[in-house]
Design a protein around this ligand. Structure first.
Ligand SMILES: [Zn+2]
Length: 106
């Protein structure tokens, strides 16, 4: 993936993603899929080799992946007019956000 890869929807660049680890929209998930996966592998690799890397970093990535996946699923469901399913996915997304916040407050 070259460093000029950019999300056509929100304009997030691969450079920005590498720097912040944040995706701008569900489309980013598709555009930067390879980069996300390699980032996850990198984090997991580090965790294995250097025991002092906090596991929370790995958690953050899997949380991010889950969120992006859900958003992507919601969009697909909406596009295919499966509104009940989209509603259910939105609930899961909300649930996931709430769980995350509670974990951070602890
Ligand atoms: Zn995007």
């Amino acid at each position: 993936m070259d460093k000029f890869t950019v999300c056509p929807r929100c304009g997030t660049t691969i450079e920005e993603f590498r720097r912040t680890g944040l995706l701008g929209c569900a489309e980013c998930y598709r555009v930067f899929r390879d980069e996300i996966l390699s980032a996850v592998l990198r984090v997991q690799g580090k965790t294995r080799h250097e025991g002092d890397i906090p596991a929370v970093k790995e958690e953050k990535y899997s949380f991010m992946l889950e969120q992006q996946h859900l958003k992507e699923e919601i969009e697909r469901a909406m596009r295919e007019r499966r509104y009940a399913e989209a509603e259910e996915l939105k609930q899961r997304l909300k649930e996931s956000n709430r769980t995350r916040r509670e974990e951070e407050e602890r």
